[in-house]
Design a protein around this ligand. Structure first.
Ligand SMILES: [Zn+2]
Length: 234
């Protein structure tokens, strides 16, 4: 009934659009898709095409704990709005569209035999928000790529204050010891190729902290798939 009563609305700005689960022209143009060339480790785009297989200076200076990260878009404009709506506005319907873009952008890391592990929330935050946005994105990706999703592998054991306004070093300290691989998950993770799933990568501190405990638990490889990443224009 609702479908007949209401025109489909743009996922990011709620203006009427032609088909459900889509963006209006303006918001589509405001989605800063990441395409090659990008850093093979961090997935951050290069402005100039200097050849294939390049690694950014940032990844050389501070190699990430995870192997490779891939993202759909830069975290600005429409991408920022979508992330915000998914997280704070009870807009679980957004996960479908965002997850399907992640499937397309993540072909290199979303490979057969991988297990998807969403970045968990601390329990009080989960109660307040009622769902974990990373878990919802992982479900969509898992269905599309026929990959197992392990929602229980990681536990956030430390309530970390908001990362907003913290620099890279502070974020790293904030996240130290924040994640644990659950005892009962150790056997499932050992020897497995893991892809961490999160909505945004800022400095990579969260993904590094999670990758560290998964590798310690015996994961053979840990890559990361995010919807958006913060990247300077270089
Ligand atoms: Zn729009």
């Amino acid at each position: 009934m609702l479908d007949f009563a209401m025109p489909p609305l743009c996922l990011a700005c709620s203006k009427p659009v032609g088909s459900p689960g889509s963006l209006c022209v303006q918001c589509w143009q405001g989605l800063d898709f990441i395409s090659p060339p990008y850093c093979q480790r961090l997935g951050t785009p290069f402005e100039a095409d200097l050849g294939e297989g390049l690694i950014s200076l940032k990844a050389i200076a501070e190699p990430p704990v995870f192997g490779r990260a891939r993202a759909v878009a830069r975290f600005d404009g429409t991408a920022r709005e979508l992330v915000h709506r998914l997280k704070y506005s009870d807009r679980l319907d957004l996960a479908g569209a965002m997850g399907s873009w992640m499937v397309r952008a993540g072909a290199e890391v979303l490979i057969e035999g991988s297990v998807l592990v969403p970045i968990p929330l601390y329990r009080t935050r989960l109660w307040r928000r009622r769902f974990n946005q990373s878990g919802e994105l992982a479900k969509v990706i898992g269905r599309a790529k026929v990959l197992e999703v392990d929602h229980q592998a990681l536990r956030k054991v430390k309530a970390t204050p908001s990362q907003t306004g913290l620099n890279a070093r502070q974020r790293k300290e904030n996240l130290a010891g924040a994640f644990k691989v659950r005892d009962e998950a150790q056997g499932r993770i050992a020897g497995r190729r893991v892809v961490l799933v999160d909505d945004v990568m800022t400095t990579g501190a969260t993904l590094n902290a999670a990758a560290r405990v998964l590798l310690r638990a015996g994961a053979s490889e840990v890559d990361a798939m995010v919807f958006a990443l913060v990247a300077e224009r270089v």
